[in-house]
Design a protein around this ligand. Sequence first.
Ligand code: NAP
Length: 247
Amino acid sequence: MKLENKVSMVTGAARGIGREIAFTLAKEGSAIAICDVSEEALSQTKNEIEGATGRKVLAEKVDVTSFPACQGFVNKILDNFGKLDILVNNAGITRDNLLLRMSEDEWDAVLGVNLKGAFNCIKAVARPMMKQRCGRIINMASIIGIMGNAGQANYSASKGGLIALTKTVAKELGARNINANAIAPGFIQTDMTDKLSPGMKEAMLKMIPLGKMGDTRNVADLVLFLAGEGSSYITGQCIQVDGGMVM
Ligand code: NAP
């Protein structure tokens, strides 16, 4: 197993990509702490991971927009497992609208979860990881943060900001053996993309050289690589999992 004796925290892990990441890391031997705002789905994911791996999962309702809530959860992980090796900032939302129609609330909500949420969790784990002199921080960005997208000013700004934040974290914490990388998924089949109109889905598929949507497994496999030993000399990067959509 690739992550034996490691401890991982995954945000937004109740469903979709985060759920797949938590499953994948647990199957590779990591102790798992998961959080989300959707309490019922989170507890279902916890039970399913425990059933499949026999490993006890720490699960708690945490809104990543609150720094005290993130700090509290990290403290609980340290109390339970004694350390924290891998942080996956996966929680994310969309509130799409054209720029001229976008409300301040829509802007603030998306920046709050996607960018400030990641900052909050990174701030909470930085000290314990620095003390340990090792750690992996993996931020779930998006190709929209690289290429922009009409109707997603808030989302594209949050994900572009997250890529920039990743590089700064890599520079600030690299000397303590902490690697920070971002992943930019393209068009992955989850509840988030199920909301798109058939027309929008068709247009997206036309832009993908591999001709199909990605699977949550494709993203989780890259997280596993970035969490493991094989990526120890990779930091400050944003790696795309997009079937060639943006190149
Ligand atoms: P998803 O199915 O909507 O799952 C996201 C999870 O995060 C949900 O359980 C959601 O709860 C939770 N969440 C929302 N706000 C939160 C908060 N304040 N604190 C903690 N958890 C919160 O999304 P997904 O498709 O798996 O996406 C996961 C990540 O990948 C996101 O960052 C997304 O931007 C990124 N991504 C996805 C795609 C794609 O094609 N699917 C492409 C590029 C990037 P609720 O359901 O209750 O809101």
